[in-house]
Design a protein around this ligand. Sequence first.
Ligand SMILES: NC(=O)C1=CN([C@@H]2O[C@H](COP(=O)(O)OP(=O)(O)OC[C@H]3O[C@@H](n4cnc5c(N)ncnc54)[C@H](O)[C@@H]3O)[C@@H](O)[C@H]2O)C=CC1
Ligand SMILES: O=C(CO)COP(=O)(O)O
Length: 324
Amino acid sequence: MNFGILGAGSWGIAFGNLLRDNSQNVLIWGRRKEYVNEVNQTKRTPYLKNIRVNVPLTHDLNEFLNFTDILVIAVPVQFIREVFEKIKQFEHKIFLILNLSKGIEIKTQKRVSEIVSEFFNVPYSVLSGPSHAEEVASKIPTAVTLAGEHYEFLQKIISNDYFRVYISNDVVGVEIAGALKNVMAIAAGILDGLGGWDNSKAALMTRALYEMIKFGQYFGAKKETFFGLAGVGDLMVTCNSKHSRNRKLGELIVKEKDLSKILTNSKMVAEGMYTVKAVVDFSKKVGIEMPISNEVYEILYNGKDPKLSMLELMNRPLKNEWYI
Ligand SMILES: NC(=O)C1=CN([C@@H]2O[C@H](COP(=O)(O)OP(=O)(O)OC[C@H]3O[C@@H](n4cnc5c(N)ncnc54)[C@H](O)[C@@H]3O)[C@@H](O)[C@H]2O)C=CC1
Ligand SMILES: O=C(CO)COP(=O)(O)O
């Protein structure tokens, strides 16, 4: 089988190297020609320092689609639709779609599987969990969750002695957990920026998990999914890791206060800053209480003082129900 990976960022390349280690055929599509040429020549990417890129890249979508049997999505969620518009006529060539991206589209409030089904009538799977590209590319032992169609085949083909794939039958839960933990990691970064307190971080992560579950259950996600690698596993790594772009964005907003300034000076894609918009819009519309997400939104987009957010979160009416 030939794996065609859409997206030549850190995760697309690290995952491509992983598949090569498993003797699969891989081609990565990148949208910037100069970057693609540079990576092909140097076998290096600025996204992953000290890592050799073991897979070829192309900028040519025709070449990419002629090669591809299994289409792997590794572009930021807000751009998936734009890329699909360019490739939808190749549906007959694609045997299976495997999604690696974690987020919710702002303008439609859709998950990736829902965007995919607008364009393709093709089997779909999603792979998610605590898997920073930098560590996977360095072959650090990692375990993730896979949900969707052809899961047994994918589990075997992707797993190896440093990457272990567990299976789940909850596509909705895996997608929502992966999207929401990015929002929560921004909140964790904000806490780190304010003081890096242990008690507060533990409380935040626990309540974040609760908020993720409530949101997920609205869409029929299973609670247990959030207690697995795609849920609490990814929440732990993203809220604590030095590699996390979402956590770093939280830290930066405390220091620099101005989101547009941060984005001008940085190439990083922090999916949570987009997903939070979709989550806050949707949860307000249907009446799901999402206090942490709301505060992340207020701090990023309305310039709210993070200290005030924390004070208000602590002073919400006390709960008189049993909580996890
Ligand atoms: N970096 C990581 O450790 C992990 C990332 N992910 C997820 O994978 C997805 C991709 O993340 P990364 O590779 O880290 O991001 P990245 O920022 O390193 O790269 C994203 C890629 O998408 C491309 N891109 C940006 N805008 C585009 C557009 N308009 N059209 C087409 N391509 C465009 C970029 O040029 C780049 O090649 C995200 O959803 C992220 O949450 C999931 C697991 C681990
Ligand atoms: O999803 C990730 C790790 O599992 C990557 O998180 P960041 O996008 O915050 O770096």
